[in-house]
Design a binder for this molecule. Structure first.
Ligand code: AHR
Length: 515
């Protein structure tokens, strides 16, 4: 009889895999911290695309229905301040290599128009330009990251942009800025030298682009040399390791501070499916692409290590996030999609990956801030909602500028249709006050995970935790039910001696604080 029971337990473990019964033990040794998690890993990206800028962030100075400051929605300003956005990339994306910044300065009525041929073919009236963007960054306390036009622009154009926004003395560009109402320069540090140069930025070879980069980068100065610029090369598309290799090999180290990488999460690139009506198979595939970020960052970093063993040059993941079909009835070029618990899972695991690679990844920018792709904010007329992704980023912002605590553990598997993925993802850090934060994600759609965290030296301390969960993976916040998914206190977390134990529900994200 005893044998029968033993056998059936064994059978149950075998059938359901490790996730049903196993306990994941994670050791969190706060004395092991070495690298700081750069706050810019929690960066964002806002492009002139669909309703991100126009009818999103910017509703116009004349708008009386929606409270705004210089045309920028006040509710969005408040939400972005709350989120602690450290850095904001603008004006694209593909749009950047069609953008001529001089069209967006001076009196708004006199600005030329252009056609936004990448995104819906709509007319861009240039009413949101350099001053509007940089003032917005000042208001929300974010560093601006300007993406320059290399594809259809000129060296002088980008060089002048640097001088216009950064030069403090007397010069044609600083005089022009002053004439346009801004006395003091903004001192912009982060500069992209083109975007996706292998594609929409000009379909270049890496060798050709590396040479162009050398030229552009040489002339990017405001003459003062007081603030060194951080120049970011347009990086690889996903796993194009050759691209990274050539840039690292051919660009002299004194001309470059960062190399970018773009990678999105999706079901299949040519069959993305709905953002909010998806099957478990589609969820699994999306998580496969999201988790591939670990391999991408590891392999691109290894190439960078060959040429830059001291890790002076940063890997900048300046576009990431989920990409699905647009919502019914919306412009296919506007990339407007809903945001569900699937997106919360993408955000949670991606941010854990970036944190854990803090030695090389020093900035990441989620695409995109408002109404486009994996947005943190959606708007509809006067209404504004925060997505599950917003909540994950806000829960995780405790990691900004904290010291990474390296973790190593064996994750149970999330199994589907004969395939498997690691179910649990985690990262941890210690902040200046000594508080330890641990972010945990369980991507398993059905099974909860028993987790035990060993923290040497935390005896007698207190633990508090927040969790984001919902009944269905497909759940989202709508304009009618804007707080359906909202972080709540995670009460069942127990601290006993030096061990914290908890059970993480299916498809949930939790952040623990040990004081
Ligand atoms: O984020 C949307 C687009 O995706 C960007 O414009 C481009 O850089 C990328 O292909």
């Amino acid at each position: 009889m005893l044998n029968k029971i033993r056998n059936s337990i064994f059978l149950a473990i075998t059938i359901f895999g490790s996730s049903l019964f196993a306990q994941t033990t994670i050791s969190v040794d706060a004395t092991k911290g070495e690298h700081v998690i750069n706050r810019n890993i929690y960066g964002h990206f806002a492009e002139h695309l669909g309703r991100c800028i126009y009818d999103g962030i910017y509703v116009g100075e004349e708008n009386n229905a929606i409270p705004n400051t210089d045309g920028v929605r006040n509710d969005i300003i408040d939400a972005l301040i709350e989120l602690k956005v450290p850095v904001l990339r603008w004006p694209g994306g593909c749009f950047a290599d069609t953008y001529h910044w001089m069209d967006g300065i001076g009196p708004k009525e006199g600005r030329p128009t252009m056609i936004n041929n990448w995104w819906g073919g709509v007319t861009e009236d240039n009413s949101f330009g350099t001053h509007d963007f940089l003032n917005l960054c000042e208001r929300i306390g974010a560093e601006p990251y300007l993406a320059g036009n290399v594809g259809s622009g000129e060296v002088k154009e980008l060089s002048d942009w640097v001088k216009y926004v950064n030069h403090d003395g007397v010069s044609p560009m600083s005089d022009l800025r002053k004439a346009n109402g801004r006395e003091k320069p903004w001192k912009v540090k982060y500069w992209g030298v083109g975007n996706e140069m292998w594609g929409c930025g000009g379909n270049m070879t890496p060798e050709f682009y590396a040479n162009l980069f050398r030229q552009y980068s040489t002339f990017m100065t405001d003459w003062s040399n007081s603030d060194k610029l951080f120049r970011i090369a347009s990086g690889a598309n996903v796993d194009d390791y050759h691209w990274t290799e050539v840039l690292m090999r051919d660009i002299p180290k004194h001309l470059i501070e960062g190399v970018a990488l773009h990678s999105y999460s999706f079901v299949e690139w040519n069959d993305k499916g709905s953002a909010s009506e998806f099957s478990e198979g589609q969820y699994f595939s999306t998580m496969q692409t999201a988790l591939k970020m670990e391999e991408l960052v590891t392999k691109h970093s290894a190439i960078m290590d060959k040429y830059d063993p001291k890790k002076r040059i940063a890997l900048i993941v300046d576009e990431w996030g989920g990409w699905y079909d647009v919502e019914d009835g919306t412009n296919p070029g506007f990339l407007y999609q809903q945001n569900t618990m699937r997106d919360a899972m993408i955000a949670g695991v991606s941010l854990n990956i970036f944190n854990n690679h803090a030695d090389r990844v020093r900035m990441a920018n989620l695409a995109q801030t408002v109404n486009v792709l994996q947005a943190v904010i959606l708007t509809e007329g006067e209404k504004m909602i925060l997505t599950p992704t917003y909540h994950v980023l806000k829960m995780y912002n405790v990691h900004q500028d904290a010291t990474l605590i390296p973790l190593s553990f064996e994750s149970p598997k999330y199994q589907f249709d004969g395939k498997e993925l690691p179910a649990v993802s985690a990262s941890a850090s210690k902040d200046e006050s000594g508080a330890i934060h641990i972010s945990l994600v369980n991507i398993d759609s059905k099974n909860s995970q028993k987790i035990s965290l060993d923290l040497p030296g935390v005896k007698g301390k207190e633990v508090a935790a927040t969790i984001l969960k919902s009944d269905k993976l497909q759940d989202f916040n709508s304009f009618e039910k804007s707080e359906k998914i909202y972080p709540e206190s995670f009460k069942s977390v127990k601290l006993k001696g030096e061990t914290i134990s908890l059970e993480l529900p299916p498809f949930s994200v939790a952040v623990l604080e040990v004081q």
